[in-house]
Every structure is written in structure tokens, then in C-alpha cells.
Design a protein. Structure first.
Length: 210
């Protein structure tokens, strides 16, 4: 693994492909403009886009946000998915691979948001199980990273529940939309931790653990 030519596992072509991933509760479908109506409805739950420490598009901005991710996909920089519930067939959020480093077999899972109604339903655990399985088992990653705003306590707790360890805090890492400075908390799961994380997530998706 780690070759950057051809279509072998771990190549750039593999890292930037957007496969359909089917789990027990969700399908991660390659993001498209067809998902915009569902996503606009999902983000309206609880006015998610107004949370000050996140970058979540408003219903009116959803089409532009999806197109932006599609442009990044076309440039080979992001791998964006819509999170589609199996029980309803509706898209309830988005997630992506970004900061892709095929040469070092590393990437970040990020730019993720999910409708308020999906919380504590196993939806997030199933989506992350699908992404991590693809990253570690198919792409041969040695590490997968997660990043979030210091003040996003809900996101930090959710990442920790996945089994990720906190690597550190990047101080004044971003200038936020209102001009404030963001401290970024960095977490990761490494290759040797993946079997235990996989078991934990599998139990959560099955409803046998929290």
C-alpha cells in the first residue's frame, strides 16, 4: 500500500474516489445537488447553522455549500458524502474526507453535520464506522484525524466517544467568520487502535453500548 500510481489500494485514485458505503442505519452516498432539498430541511432542525462555533450552511445557502464540496471533489481535494437514513431514505447530513495525504496514508474526517433528530440514534456511529472502515481497511491508512472548535464541547465529546485520542490544541489556528480566533482541538485514531474502535462502534450501532 501507499503506491501513488495506478488503481492499487492506497493510491491517490483510491483516496479520492467517492464510493457508496452502506451500513446498518445509513448509506453514505456520493454527495450531489439532488440531496439539497433534504439537507436544507435537515439543517433547519434547531437552526443548526446559527451555532456560532460551527460552519454549517443555512437552508438558503445549502445549494452553494453542496456545489462547493463538489468543486473540491473535482479538484481531488475532498471526498464528500451525504448521510442518508436507511429507514426514511432521506439525507440528514454531510461528511467528508479532507486533508488527504495519500503519500503518508493519512486523512481527516471532517466538515460533518447531522440533523438534530439523529443525535443518540446510532446514525453518527454508523457513519463513522463506514468512513473509518474505508479509511483503515480499504485505503490502508495509518491514522485518521478529527478537528473541531475548542468551544464545540458537543463535538469534542462525540469524537472522544468514537475512541479518538486528543493529540493537542492548535492555538489561534483560524480566524472565524466574525473575526474571532479559533483554537482547534485535534484528535486522531491510529492504525493499532482501529480494531478496538471498530468493535466499540459496532456495538453502539447495534444498540448494545453508548
Amino acid at each position: 500500500m501507499g503506491s501513488n500510481d495506478g488503481d492499487h489500494p492506497g493510491s491517490v485514485a483510491d483516496f479520492t474516489a467517492v464510493p457508496t458505503l452502506v451500513g446498518a442505519r445509513v448509506t453514505l452516498a456520493p454527495l450531489s445537488l439532488d440531496h439539497v432539498p433534504d439537507l436544507a430541511e435537515a439543517v433547519a432542525e434547531g437552526d443548526l447553522w446559527q451555532t456560532w462555533y460551527t460552519r454549517i450552511p443555512s437552508p438558503d445557502d445549502m445549494a452553494a455549500a453542496v456545489q462547493h464540496r463538489l468543486d473540491l471533489r473535482a479538484a481531488g481535494e475532498w471526498v464528500p458524502w451525504a448521510v442518508v437514513r436507511l429507514d426514511t431514505g432521506k439525507a440528514v447530513g454531510m461528511t467528508s474526507f479532507l486533508n488527504i495525504r495519500a503519500d503518508n496514508r493519512k486523512l481527516e474526517i471532517g466538515s460533518t453535520w447531522l440533523a438534530t433528530s439523529t443525535q443518540r440514534t446510532g446514525i453518527n456511529s454508523d457513519a463513522k464506522l463506514l468512513q473509518l472502515t474505508h479509511a483503515f481497511d480499504t485505503l490502508g491508512c495509518v491514522a485518521v484525524e478529527f478537528r473541531t472548535h475548542w468551544h464545540n464541547q458537543q463535538s469534542r465529546a462525540a469524537i472522544a466517544r468514537l475512541g479518538a485520542k486528543q493529540d493537542g490544541i492548535l492555538r489561534n489556528n483560524d480566524i472565524w467568520r466574525d473575526g474571532t480566533l479559533r483554537d482547534t482541538v485535534v484528535f486522531s485514531i491510529i492504525e493499532s487502535e482501529w480494531p478496538t474502535v471498530r468493535l466499540s462502534l459496532t456495538e453502539k450501532v447495534a444498540g448494545r453500548a453508548r
